[in-house]
Design a protein around this ligand. Structure first.
Ligand SMILES: CC(C)(COP(=O)(O)OP(=O)(O)OC[C@H]1O[C@@H](n2cnc3c(N)ncnc32)[C@H](O)[C@@H]1OP(=O)(O)O)[C@@H](O)C(=O)NCCC(=O)NCCS
Length: 462
């Protein structure tokens, strides 16, 4: 059963607009989706039948050999990334989301539930709907015993991302989509089973991730039970062992919500989409995505940033001046390494997610005065000019990872290798949203055409 908000008891009968507002706000996530899907299906049908031959852009050899950069070839409705403005979730910028999306009880930051609702339905949920979704996720969070046994049997030396990917893949024994597919359901019913799997997976991911953290970094400590009155990330923070740190919990809420989606072309989201297009269930699709996320150019960047900033801190000591940082930046670049936390495949401006996290730091004196955060801030004041002078990267500005891991470090969550796991908990929001929509829209198997270099040369001759 998917979330259903309780119907309010006191509805003034003489106020029809208030009444319709109340009704709208009591719809469950599934009911809301059921309402919005037909219009989207119709939009897709029109695009396909009436505009199927319209040209969107051209394909250059530089696109083919350049990792398909700039190639407009994917459908992804939940978020659009503008190179200058940054990410928008169904048209809402990050500051818009911070204004309208309901936070956790007693909290201020956006949370995974309200972001998930927005991504899935394109609508801003009411507080009541958000709370009901939190409760549903808490109720569905328990891991099957065999997955607990599997995770507990893994060596602590196995990378937490490998463990997370394995755990998620193993959860597919529970897949409603797979079972229904084997029974032979109609294509029009695919999305409801996919939604069920996605909600179950989102509910279980943090529990799985917390179990991995405990096994690897806090062996022998008891894992608290899920608290049905807490939101998804409130529970995650609690299970990690940081539940009494409200600042860190709020930070995790913000980070996980903000990082939930970043268009379709990034490696993890794209992987989930590609694997899902074969009708693999959401567990297998997202497990594949997690292994894409584990790469240093993608999800591993936040730990790389921290490692690099700490090495810088060690070298320059307390004398944090722009000049010293500049020297260190050049030393990094001259040794042939990239400056972690800078640059982006699409963005050509400072990442609004970086700005939101920096604002979070600025409003909290402990973070504002933290040596590592001060170093991050000072580095961001110098690095763009150095990178411009270096002249290689198309985007010399900080991305979200320039600061994300450093805040965790400040709060005592110092296990670098774990940081990508938190990213993995977050990115499920967008990648799984897209799987639901891919099934609702009946999107086909993804199968781009590839060329050999000889074939390209032939093409040029012609
Ligand atoms: C994010 C990233 C992978 C994007 O890659 P991209 O789309 O290929 O970026 P560009 O088109 O700007 O790359 C052009 C050149 O600039 C270099 N470059 C890009 N970012 C750089 C950085 N932060 N420091 C130094 N050089 C950089 C690239 O390595 C490339 O060099 P090459 O031609 O010798 O191969 C890249 O900017 C990077 O490696 N950044 C550091 C890691 C990071 O922060 N990742 C998190 C992303 S959210």
């Amino acid at each position: 059963m998917l979330a259903r908000a309780r119907v309010a008891r006191l509805v003034p009968l003489d106020s029809s607009s208030f009444f319709s507002k109340r009704l709208a706000s009591t719809k469950s996530l599934k009911e809301t989706l059921q309402e919005v899907i037909p219009a989207k299906q119709e939009q897709l049908r029109r695009l396909k039948t009436e505009h199927g031959q319209a040209v969107v852009g051209e394909v250059k050899i530089e696109n083919i050999i350049g990792g398909m950069r700039g190639l407009k070839a994917m459908l992804w409705d939940a978020s659009v990334l503008d190179p200058i403005e940054g990410i928008r979730f169904h048209g809402h910028s990050i500051p818009d989301c911070q204004k309208v999306l309901p936070p956790a009880p007693g909290g201020k930051e956006i949370i995974a539930e309200s972001m998930l609702w927005l991504l899935l339905t394109g609508q801003v949920p009411t507080t009541e709907q958000t709370r009901e979704l939190s409760r549903e996720l808490a109720e569905k969070g328990e891991l099957p015993e065999f997955v607990e046994t599997l995770i507990d049997s893994l060596p602590a030396t196995l990378h937490p991302m490998t463990q997370l990917g394995m755990g998620v893949a193993a959860l597919n024994r529970e897949s409603s989509f797979q079972a229904a597919y084997e029974r032979g359901i109609k294509k029009s019913e695919y999305w409801t089973h996919t939604l069920e799997d996605c909600i179950n997976l989102i509910a279980r991911l943090p529990v799985l991730a917390a179990r991995i953290y405990r096994n690897v970094y806090r062996p022998g400590t008891p894992l608290p039970a899920i608290n049905k009155d807490l939101d998804l990330v409130g529970n995650y923070s609690n299970q990690l062992g940081y539940g009494d740190n409200q600042s860190l919990t709020e930070y995790l809420r913000l980070y996980i919500a903000l990082h939930g989606d970043h268009e379709g072309g990034n490696a993890s989201a794209h992987t989930a989409h590609l694997v899902g297009s074969t009708l693999s269930d959401p567990y297998l699709s997202y497990s594949a995505a997690l292994f894409a996320l584990a790469g240093p150019l993608h999800g591993l960047a936040n730990q790389e940033v921290l490692r690099w900033q700490l090495a810088m801190q060690k070298e320059i000591g307390d004398n944090i001046t722009h000049e010293n940082i500049k020297d260190y930046l050049w030393k990094t670049l001259k040794s042939g390494q990239v400056v972690p936390g800078y640059g982006h495949g699409v963005l050509r401006n400072p990442d609004p997610r970086f700005i939101a996290l920096q604002e979070f730091c600025n409003t909290r004196p402990d973070l504002k005065n933290s040596p590592i955060i001060q170093l991050v801030t000072k580095t961001s004041e110098v690095a763009p000019d150095v990178l411009k002078e270096h002249g290689k990267t198309k985007n010399p500005y900080p991305n979200v990872d320039a600061t994300s891991g450093c805040v965790l470090y400040h709060y005592g969550l110092t296990e670098f290798k774990y940081y990508t796991v938190i990213f993995g908990v977050s990115r499920a929001l967008g990648a799984l949203t897209q799987l639901v929509w891919a099934r609702a829209l009946g999107l086909p198997l993804e199968r781009p055409k590839s060329y050999s270099m000889d074939a390209l040369e032939e093409l040029i001759k012609k």
